[in-house]
Ligand binder design. Structure first.
Ligand SMILES: [Cu+2]
Length: 773
């Protein structure tokens, strides 16, 4: 930590601003095609490690030069906005319409979306390919290519369509933001339409903030149709973001065609139908007759709908976000994200109902399931703004991007009114590169205790009291990790406050976390740390005597009807059971590192699959079982899973250099077995996860198995900047049901505005158990 005199600080601010202005000029020139990145190389402005070189004040991102925050961005303009001066928006809950089966076995939307064409097992691209002259299957906006982005044919048909036939549907658009949208009313400017791209309800509509929330329940498959309403001109992006998207449901147990990361981005004017099946994992192996009442979803009427599968695989807190290869960071940062909660028999979202299965975690009791009055999604992220107040992202960094403005549910450092009782918070780290370490502090900086109940959407076997955690706060929380906690405000008198506080500073060189302040130190930084405003309190809870219900508008929740004995919630001592650890069929070692000169490009054509940023180097690589290092290429399979149900033990190794990488495995979760010579963190013990921080020089071994669906999935660093440059590998699952195309290798789809063509992927022998011993 360093503190400068105000004069030195002013000079530094001015220099940093000049540097950023110069840089912004180049970004603009690039975006409208006046110059190319090859020009930047030629001029010596761009280095092989991916940085703009520091020449004539060009780069404000040279570490410790003019940096005011760890990435070096000059401070974002906040206008007259102050922390804790606006109410926190709750996520925008979406209401589904029922889907009904038509005579052809298609799923027809009803209600507000009755005019939509039905959702089908096979993509409309199949119809387009068979009838290229028929305008009804053609992109209505551009007149080019198919109307649906999902690739044609059986390989990208919805797997197990009849078995998991969609019962409810959503129609959404990813789109430029609606006029007059601000992150705080007193910020200097409303966002331009193309500064923020996020979701709106309906077909070809504008985007809205806050981000959306979708509530799913086991036993009720979902069809989510996403219309692509982004500008057709790639340069209309305010300097960052690619107008091509694929929507990844993180994590959930879905077929690869609906995972949103199978190299299936789609284009303005098209839609893509994602079928979120709500399949409970191991349904073909465990509890196949659906007799275990714990394996269930709420039926909406006080009862349960039993489903096949292993209740220990139930998931709760999840999210969904863009996964356009090479551009994920830009697109997610720009607003392409939402949260999805899955409700189950045990994790019902009803704190009163007693049936021997329901855990009665804090939530509320006005609705049968999915109450959110006392169960609150918190999307915590960092952002930065240009001097004119528009959202800013540095597209040149390959190490990581840190912002200096804290957002919760995409609102600047808000407050939330709460009753003195128990609340559940579902905390998502939605940053691109920043790690948190969050705790709760009272007005005097004293630690407020909590119970940790779920990690990455998976209940822990037993709640973990914060008093047993270091510093009385959460562990590091990497990008995309979800931590669910229960805080009991009942000891606080009305009128008091509690704050959510980030203790963790980031290293100036972007490698990862640096130091943790004590909670008391961090809580005292009421306007954020002078060197990094994301350190300090980011959200304020105000204990009040009444709040309006969000579950049933018009109802008022009061001390009399919702606290004391009227707080019917509990945190049981047992939440779930650990999945047994057994001897594996095979082991694998995956090393995530920085070998440089990554090989995302085809050696013959020089092209990336899909097309990649021109001239950009790929410092990040992955090695399988000690063999050669590779960067992401959608046409290369790095790991192949030969058949369903085989239990494997994988070890993720950090390639070193002091970097930390939060590594995300799609589709399946794993149980942490060991952390090498380090102890397993308390919040990771016995529990399943889908993102593992490797920590500097660290490793993790976990148990995993695949089944029920198959196809092409990925595994990658969720520092999305590392992911885009190109620390990502393809996993091929031959784990579909017998007779399905998902028992064979998936041909690689290559999306273009004119439609999808297929290529035959390369398979690394070291990742293919069929060819190695
Ligand atoms: Cu990484």
């Amino acid at each position: 930590m360093h503190f400068l005199s105000s004069k030195a600080s002013r000079i530094r601010q001015r220099e940093a601003q000049r540097a950023r202005d110069n840089r912004a000029e180049i970004v603009r020139a690039l975006s409208i095609g006046q110059i190319t990145r090859r020009d930047l190389y030629k001029w010596g402005l761009f280095t092989t490690t991916g940085f703009l070189a520091w020449k004539n004040g060009l780069s404000p991102f040279v570490r410790s030069a003019f940096a005011d925050v760890p990435t070096g961005t000059p401070r974002s303009p906040l206008g007259a906005a102050t922390r804790f001066s606006q109410a926190m928006p709750r996520l925008a809950l979406q209401t589904p319409v029922p889907m009904v089966r038509d005579a052809f076995g298609n799923a027809q939307f009803t209600g507000a979306f009755a005019n939509e064409r039905p959702a089908k097992r096979l993509s409309y691209h199949t119809d387009f390919s068979a009838n290229p002259a028929d305008p009804q299957f053609r992109n209505p906006v551009t007149g080019r290519g198919p109307i649906e982005g999902r690739p044609p044919g059986e390989v990208f048909a919805h797997q197990r369509w009849d078995e998991f036939f969609p019962e409810v549907g959503y129609v959404l658009s990813i789109a430029p933001i609606a006029p007059n949208t601000k992150f705080h009313a007193n910020f200097p400017a409303a966002q331009n339409p193309n500064s923020v791209w996020t979701y709106g309800t309906g077909r070809f509509v504008q985007g809205h903030l806050p981000p959306m929330l979708i509530k799913g329940r086991y036993g009720q498959p979902i069809l989510t149709r996403v219309y692509q309403n982004l500008p057709t001109n790639r340069a209309d992006n305010e300097g960052f973001g690619r107008n091509e998207v694929q929507f990844h449901f993180h994590n959930a147990h879905n077929g690869a065609e609906s995972d949103g990361a199978a190299n299936v981005h789609h284009f303005p004017g098209t839609f893509y139908d994602y079928r979120w099946s709500t399949t409970l994992a191991r349904r073909d192996k465990i509890n196949t007759q659906a007799t275990d009442r714990r394996a269930s979803g709420p039926n909406g009427n006080g009862g349960l709908e039993l489903v096949a599968g292993d209740f220990r695989e139930l998931q709760g807190t999840m999210w969904a976000h863009d996964h356009r290869f090479f551009f994920t960071a830009e697109n997610v940062y720009k607003g392409n994200l939402m949260m999805v909660n899955y409700y189950s028999g045990p994790d019902r979202g009803n704190e009163e109902l007693v049936d021997g299965v329901n855990l009665r975690l804090p939530s509320g009791r006005l609705l049968d399931y999915g109450n959110t009055d006392f169960d609150v999604n918190l999307v915590v992220s960092d952002s930065a703004f240009r001097p004119d107040g528009q959202l800013f992202f540095d597209i040149f960094t390959t190490d990581g991007f840190l912002g200096d403005v804290p957002l919760v549910n995409m609102a600047y450092a808000p407050f939330m009114e709460v009753l003195p009782r128990k609340y559940r918070f579902r905390i998502l780290n939605a940053c691109m590169s920043r790690f948190f370490q969050l705790g709760f502090a009272d007005a005097n900086g004293n630690t407020v205790p909590f119970k940790f109940i779920a990690n990455d959407g998976n209940l822990v076997p037993n709640p973990i009291p914060s008093t047993s955690l270091a510093g009385g706060t959460l562990d590091h929380q990497g990008i995309a990790e979800r931590y669910d906690v229960v805080v009991d405000f009942s000891t606080f008198p009305v009128g008091s406050i509690v704050r959510l506080v980030n203790r963790l500073t980031m290293r100036d060189d972007g490698r990862g976390p640096k130091d943790a302040l004590t909670l008391r130190q961090a809580a005292a930084l009421t306007n954020g740390h002078p060197d990094d405003p994301m350190v300090g309190p980011v959200l304020e809870f105000r204990i009040v005597s009444s709040v309006p219900s969000v579950d049933v508008p018009g109802v008022t929740l009061t001390l009399a009807n919702s606290t004391g004995t009227q707080d019917r919630s509990q945190v049981p001592a047992v939440l779930t059971e650990q999945i047994p650890v057994v001897a594996p069929v095979r082991t694998r070692v995956v090393e995530f590192g920085r070998s440089g000169n990554g090989d995302s490009r085809d050696p013959v054509t020089g092209q990336c699959t899909p097309d990649c940023p021109e001239g950009m180097p790929f410092p990040w690589t992955i090695k399988i079982n000690g063999q050669d290092a590779h960067s992401m290429n959608a046409n290369r399979i790095s790991l192949l899973i030969p058949k369903p149900g085989e239990i494997e033990h994988w070890t993720y190794v950090n390639g070193g250099g002091g970097w930390d990488h939060p590594i995300h495995l799609h589709f399946e979760e794993g149980v942490t077995l060991n952390r090498g010579s380090a102890p397993i963190p308390a919040t990771e013990r016995l529990v399943r996860k889908d993102v593992w921080r490797l920590r500097a020089g660290g490793l993790v071994t976990f148990q995993v198995q695949f089944g029920e669906y198959g196809g092409s999935y990925v595994n990658h660093c969720h520092n999305t900047v590392h992911e885009d440059f190109a620390m990502l590998m393809r996993i091929q699952l031959l784990t579909g049901v017998p007779g399905s195309p998902q028992t064979a290798v998936t041909p690689t789809p290559n999306p273009s505005p004119d439609g999808v063509t297929f290529t035959t992927p390369e398979i690394l022998p070291e990742g293919d158990p069929r060819t190695t011993i």
